[in-house]
Ligand binder design. Structure first.
Ligand code: SF4
Length: 265
């Protein structure tokens, strides 16, 4: 089997472990030596690459504190926010990040998707929703009839929480001003909040669970907000995809967009 294929399979396996909540994997020294880059390439710390599943994805080794990479479409105002985020130390999450993840996409989108926070892949690449959950989010966006670069995708916190834990209330509170600034520039017609943490981060405390709240229109500073399930939850609970699709259909109707036929989902 070609090395590239082996690494791809390994990456997929580690990613699936991460989705199941596994944050560390024991690996023998023999395997680590086999995974080391050939002489002449920059050397990293193998243990770190293995304990952070996204590192095997070929994204390159990012140094801690690096800003997010170029995100395609942007504006000077959004860039300025990303630069401030890159140097931010407002909350404790800055200590463990590799890259900040300010969010990326169309600077003038109809829809803004907001998730919880960066995971391992996002932390390495500096881009929001690039792991398995991100792949599913891409499918959801395309099922709605958009391309991924036609929407904007961001998170409640812009640095990765350790061990993939949920961001704490004070961390969300510290980071929310950046998202608010972005929203003021993006001016989306609809915000889709992905999961309970995103809803809580935007709206404050929730009086009911995401299962009851989803599908019910809310408002964030005058912008229509649709709560729905997080793609990570949908990966673990495929039966919930039907409800999530109903929520996305409601968004399309709100925007006056055609609802694609079921076979396109
Ligand atoms: Fe700053 Fe947000 Fe990162 Fe906390 S999570 S350090 S508030 S950018």
């Amino acid at each position: 089997m070609a090395l590239k294929q082996i690494l791809n399979d390994l990456s997929a396996h580690l990613e699936s472990l991460r989705e199941d909540g596994v944050t560390a994997v024991e690996v023998s020294g023999e395997v680590l030596r086999a995974m080391a880059p050939p002489a002449g390439e920059s050397s990293g710390t193998p243990q770190k690459a293995v304990s952070r599943p996204g590192a095997a994805r070929g994204a390159g080794r990012a140094e801690a504190g690096q800003p997010a990479p170029s995100i395609g479409q942007t504006t000077p105002e959004l860039d300025a926010i990303a630069k401030r985020v890159a140097g931010c130390t407002r909350c404790v999450l800055h200590k463990g990040r590799t890259r900040t993840v300010p969010g990326q996409g169309n600077p003038h989108p109809e829809i803004l998707f907001v998730g919880e926070g960066p995971g391992a892949d996002e932390d390495i690449q500096g881009l929001a929703f690039v792991g398995r959950a991100g792949q599913l989010l891409t499918k959801m966006i395309e099922a709605m009839g958009y391309r991924r670069d036609e929407v904007f995708i961001a998170n409640i916190v812009k640095c990765r929480p350790p061990e993939n834990r949920k961001p704490l209330p004070d961390e969300m509170e510290s980071c929310l001003p950046y998202l608010k600034e972005q929203i003021g520039l993006l001016k989306p017609r609809v915000i889709i909040a992905l999961g309970a943490t995103a809803v809580t981060g935007l709206l404050g405390s929730m009086t009911t669970g995401i299962s009851r709240l989803r599908g019910n229109w809310q408002s964030f500073e005058g912008i229509d907000l649709m709560p729905t399930f997080h793609p990570s939850y949908l990966l673990r609970t495929p039966s919930a995809k039907r409800d999530a699709w109903a929520d996305l259909q409601a968004v399309l109707k709100k925007l006056g967009r055609p609802v694609p036929a079921p076979e396109k989902r």
